[in-house]
Ligand binder design. Structure first.
Ligand code: SF4
Length: 491
């Protein structure tokens, strides 16, 4: 998973790109980068957190009124410095590109590019493949003089990317001397929002970003989304062009609502915060239906993604909401830390149980999801260790049974506890008296009940095994799982 942002403004964009990346830090903590341009490109990238990569010295070198930024958590490609986005190429014009998503047909495309097209790929990142495809098509599509004609040239290049690729991709790109572009895959699996800011002289600045989290602080007004299959071009002179090039079923990732996005984001015209409240309401209904005679003394979220669902669940059950697990805010979320060993080590550092809230009580723990099961098991152990009388475990997400090939790190079936065990076996494994999973229709209802959205059906391939790109069979699944493991192991 990654966060992307592109800004075109009337003044230097570097500090606003930096602020944006801080507001997208939760989408990737492995690496970050910014590329701006004026008469030439300026780049700064590094491994680690945004605040550790950029400083006054390197920020001062990022001059220009157009630029893009990226925060990375790798779901494709390795973990080294060479894989940090944005990527760039000198031909044609000078194109810098940042991408959130995953190309399912990466292997075939990489073979085409290195074979038939005789290009050298420097990394195993699918973003490099995307950049090559886009830049090559842009170079072949003419040399337009007017902004309008250049937009047609861009449309041709993006259409050829749509035609060749399968998978998920939201993209921002800066083209030297030309401006900013943004496009989103035809199914809109990964998010891409859009905003504008009017200045006193009537000029308009533009932002495209994975989430709207920075809009308020940077005073951008939300203007909806880049629609699935749509491309935007903001020319250097500030003219805006957009076109929907392909129409497919709109299937945005449901896991963005469950876990990944910041709650204050409006995603695909649905409030992430409100959708989480509705997840808690639906869980309460199922709990009452299935366990009418069992009521906990307190409801404790596994902080912090589950806080919102736990709040409404406790309210609906008429039970006290308790912050019985304190989260150290200076330790990253375990789900997005590479490697099991680090994850196991970090949970005890990250969460501190409050005995005074737990001892001798029937405790309901609420978690956003159970992916590998280790975190849940350790949390339960901690709560039992603090003297809980009974422990119930409720999760806002249905069982995660399948790998994601669209940009979220849950890549192999062997790592997914729900792909290996039944619900009752999981209950025994994590060590609770009652385990309640959200049901798929209830989750979909929670996400789509409100909001002026046009979602056809969310992507839920990790839950129900239906991959919208249609080309994920057993063979493809094994190929992708092996590739991911190789990336992780540095092969
Ligand atoms: Fe999101 Fe799951 Fe679809 Fe991946 S498979 S895009 S995590 S809903």
């Amino acid at each position: 998973m990654c966060g992307i942002v592109g800004i075109q403004a009337q003044s230097s964009v570097a500090s606003e790109l930096y602020d944006s990346l801080i507001h997208l830090q939760h989408r990737g903590q492995d690496a970050a980068g910014i590329i701006t341009y004026d008469f030439r490109m300026h780049k700064e990238k590094g491994l680690g957190l945004v605040r550790d990569i950029f400083n006054e010295n390197n920020m001062n070198l990022l001059t220009g009124n157009v630029g893009i930024g990226h925060t990375r958590y790798p779901t494709h490609g390795g973990f080294g410095h060479g894989e940090i986005q944005p990527f760039w190429t000198e031909v044609p014009y000078g194109v810098a590109l940042g991408h959130n998503g995953n190309l399912v047909n990466y292997k075939e495309l990489a073979e085409e590019i290195t074979g038939r097209e005789k290009r050298y790929l420097n990394t195993t990142s699918d973003t490099e493949v995307l950049l090559h495809m886009f830049a090559t098509a842009l170079g072949q599509n003419g040399s337009a003089k007017s902004d309008k004609a250049f937009f047609e040239q861009i449309c041709g290049a993006v259409k050829s990317v749509f035609d060749r690729t399968s998978g998920s991709f939201s993209v921002v790109a800066a083209i030297v001397g030309k401006g900013l572009i943004a496009f989103r895959d035809p199914h809109g699996i990964r998010p891409l929002s859009r905003g504008e800011r009017k200045s006193d002289n009537g000029s308009v600045d533009h932002i495209f970003s994975s989430e709207t989290t920075m809009f308020h602080s940077l005073e951008f007004e939300p203007k909806g989304n880049v629609e699935p299959g749509e491309v935007y071009y903001v020319s250097e002179s500030g003219k805006v062009f957009s076109k929907k090039l392909v129409s497919e079923e709109f299937t945005p990732c449901i896991f963005e609502y469950v876990y990944f996005s910041r709650p204050d984001t409006m995603m695909n015209d649905v409030s992430v915060y409100r959708s989480r409240l509705r997840m808690g309401q639906n869980l309460a209904k199922r709990w009452i239906e299935k366990h009418p005679d069992v009521l906990p003394d307190i409801v404790i979220p596994a902080p912090s993604t589950a806080n919102t669902a736990a709040l409404s669940l406790a309210y609906e059950l008429g039970v006290r909401y308790s912050e019985g697990l304190y989260k150290n805010p200076f330790i990253g979320r375990t789900f997005i830390m590479p490697g099991q060993a680090e994850r196991k080590k970090s949970i005890r550092h990250k969460l501190v149980p409050q005995e005074i809230e737990i001892r001798d009580k029937k405790v309901m723990i609420v978690e956003d999801s159970i992916v590998r099961g280790n975190t849940s098991r350790q949390i339960v152990r901690m709560v039992r260790g603090m003297g809980a009388k009974e422990v119930y475990f409720v999760t806002a997400c249905p069982p995660v049974k399948n790998p994601c090939f669209y940009g979220v790190d849950m890549p192999t079936r062997s790592e997914l506890i729900a792909a290996q065990k039944s619900v009752d076996e999981i209950r025994t494994y994590i060590g609770v008296d009652i385990l309640l999973y959200q049901e798929i229709p209830d989750l979909v209802e929670a996400v789509t009940r409100k909001g002026d959205h046009n979602i056809d059906r969310p992507c839920m391939a990790c839950l129900d095994g239906w991959y919208v790109s249609g080309n994920v069979d057993e063979e493809k699944m094994s190929e992708m799982e092996t590739m991911r493991l190789n990336d992780r192991n540095g092969h």
